[in-house]
Structures are given as structure tokens and as C-alpha cells.
Design a protein around this ligand. Structure first.
Ligand code: SF4
Length: 312
């Protein structure tokens, strides 16, 4: 569809423009990127992860093309533990390194882009980078578990089956049950790689903002401790209440995104000099996340469906 191609080209051009311009621009533009643009992207992951995946610049450069005979497909699950470690390490570098330097931000964008291109070419479609090694993948899977809008998956056309389990584009809301496999009964899902990430992520989000100083070791330590405390608390609550994964995962996504938006929106307002106090925006964000949580739990019960085209 031409519209998606235009959008994809525009987003890729924008990302390249940012990578080229930030080292040359005033330092405030690097801060505006990190504090005024990046914190808003998770809203799109929640509302319509398919829209983001249709235009994501890393997906564009990491697209490995169709399955052809003799070429390996992604027979194994994504190495989620390594991906989460990479995500947390990169986040820990954000305050002291990436927010402080346009060159470092540009290097990060270029480095991840080259990595996506290199590993993406080794396997078909999204099975090399997007569905396997992208550091944002677990966040997309958690927030994108119950999309409100599900557009056509324009990149793949007819699905090649490059990723047998957990592809958000192919499976949509069924991606998480596929990732949790047989551990969905009882509380066993919390011990799966994705369940452990989901339990820890609200703490990781709060830990990022709670670090006492911007030094990477301080941010990393706070995130890891808060993430562990979060997982432990969730484990106790799930064991005590018997909360099923189908209700727990929307609640964990809502906790993480609600905390993120509450903590990040004052910075968004400040960095763009928006002439409104942050509190109404924070409350509106919490209301939106609460409404999504109800929708997500109803969707698991078969009482809500996303808007859009279902296509593999
Ligand atoms: S929709 Fe199909 S071809 Fe496209 S990334 Fe998912 S599994 Fe691979």
C-alpha cells in the first residue's frame, strides 16, 4: 500500500535526519529527542503496535526479505534474557551519555541501525532482528498485547511464517499466549523468560526515575534492584490471589506504562515549553491506561476486538 511505503520512507528519513543533525544542533535538541519524543512512543505501542511495526526505521533496515528455499528460518525462540539485558544496559546509559551528547545519540542510532541491517539479512523477514534481537521487542510485546487498532501488516504481505511463535504481526493478541506456552496454568508463567520480564518491568521503569544520580552504575543498580523487587512482589500477589496470566499481564503493562507516563510527562511538558501544567495530562494518561486495561481484560475474555484488518 503506497501510504504505508510513504510513511515508512518518511520515518526512516526522519531517523537518518536526527542521526545526522543532533551532533551539529544545540544540545537542547538532544534532550528534546530523549525527553520529549522517546517517552511518547510507548503510547503507540499500546494503541497500535502494528502501526509502529509498519513504519519502524529499524524494521525497515532489518527486513531480511521473503523466505526462499535453502535459507534458515527462525526455528528457535528469541534469546529474551540477552535482549532484556541489552535493553536495561542501554537505558542505564541514557542520562549520563545519550542525553548529554548528540554524538553519542547519533552513534547509538547508527550502531543499532547497522546491527539491525547486518543480523536482519541473515534470516527472512523479521526473524533476524525485529522478532529476535531488537532490544525494544519485549516492551512491544508487553504493551502491544491488546491493540486497540490493528492495521494491515504491510511489510510481510502473505505471511512467510518466519517466526513460528509470538509474532505480534501474525498472531496479534495471541502472541503472548504463544510465548508463555504451557506455563499459562497457575503461576508458572512468571518463571518463563517473558513472564519474568513482565513482572520486573514496572520496577525497572520506576527504578530508572528513582536513581539518585545519572551515573550509569547508579541507574543500573536502581533499575535491577527495583526490577527484582517488582518481580518478587508480583510473584507473591499472584501466588496469594491465584491471578491468572490473562488478567495479570494487562495489569503489569498498565502499571509499567502508567508509572512511565506519570514520571515522564512533566519532562515532556518542560522540554517543549508547553504552556499547561503537567497534572491534567498525567491524570488523562492514567485514565487512558485504565480504560485500556479494562479493554485488554475484556479482550482476553472474548468480549472486545481490535479495530482493523486481520491478516497474516
Ligand atoms: S507476519 Fe509472518 S512473515 Fe511477517 S514477521 Fe510475522 S511470522 Fe514473519
Amino acid at each position: 500500500m503506497t501510504g504505508w511505503r510513504v510513511a515508512r520512507g518518511a520515518v526512516l528519513g526522519g531517523a537518518l535526519g536526527i542521526a545526522v543533525a543532533l551532533p551539529l544542533a544545540e544540545p537542547v535538541w538532544t534532550l528534546r529527542f530523549w525527553q520529549g519524543v522517546v517517552p511518547l512512543l510507548p503510547i503507540l505501542f499500546l494503541v497500535s503496535p502494528g502501526t509502529w511495526r509498519n513504519v519502524c526505521p529499524l524494521a525497515t533496515v532489518g527486513d531480511g526479505g521473503p523466505v526462499v528455499e535453502g535459507r534458515a528460518t527462525n526455528g528457535s525462540a528469541a534469546p529474551l534474557g540477552a535482549v532484556v539485558v541489552a535493553l536495561v544496559l542501554l537505558i542505564s546509559l541514557r542520562p549520563a551519555l545519550f542525553e548529554a551528547s548528540g554524538w553519542a545519540t547519533s552513534g547509538l542510532l547508527a550502531g543499532v541501525g547497522v546491527f539491525a541491517f547486518a543480523v536482519g539479512r541473515r534470516r527472512p523477514r523479521k526473524s533476524g532482528f525485529c522478532n529476535r534481537l531488537c532490544p525494544i521487542l519485549p516492551v512491544e510485546q508487553l504493551y502491544g498485547q491488546a491493540p486497540l487498532i490493528r492495521p494491515e501488516n504491510e511489510r510481510c504481505g502473505p505471511c512467510d511464517g518466519c517466526t513460528p511463535r509470538g509474532c505480534l504481526d501474525l498472531a496479534g493478541p495471541a502472541a503472548l499466549p504463544q510465548l508463555l506456552t504451557g506455563a499459562r496454568r497457575g503461576s508458572g508463567w512468571l518463571a518463563t523468560p517473558f513472564g519474568a520480564f513482565a513482572g520486573a518491568f514496572p520496577g525497572i521503569v520506576v527504578g530508572f526515575s528513582a536513581a539518585v544520580e545519572p551515573a550509569p552504575w547508579a541507574v543500573l543498580t536502581t533499575m535491577v534492584l527495583a526490577g527484582f523487587a517488582s518481580w518478587l512482589t508480583v510473584a507473591v500477589v499472584v501466588r496469594a490471589t491465584g491471578l491468572a496470566w490473562a488478567a495479570a499481564l494487562p495489569l503489569l503493562a498498565a502499571l509499567a506504562l502508567g508509572a512511565h507516563l506519570w514520571l515522564a510527562l512533566p519532562g515532556v511538558v518542560r522540554i517543549w515549553e508547553v504552556p499547561v501544567p503537567p497534572a491534567p495530562l498525567q491524570l488523562a494518561a492514567l485514565g487512558g491506561v485504565a480504560a485500556w486495561t479494562v479493554y485488554a481484560i475484556r479482550m482476553r475474555a472474548g468480549r472486545s476486538v481490535p479495530i482493523g484488518v486481520r491478516r497474516g
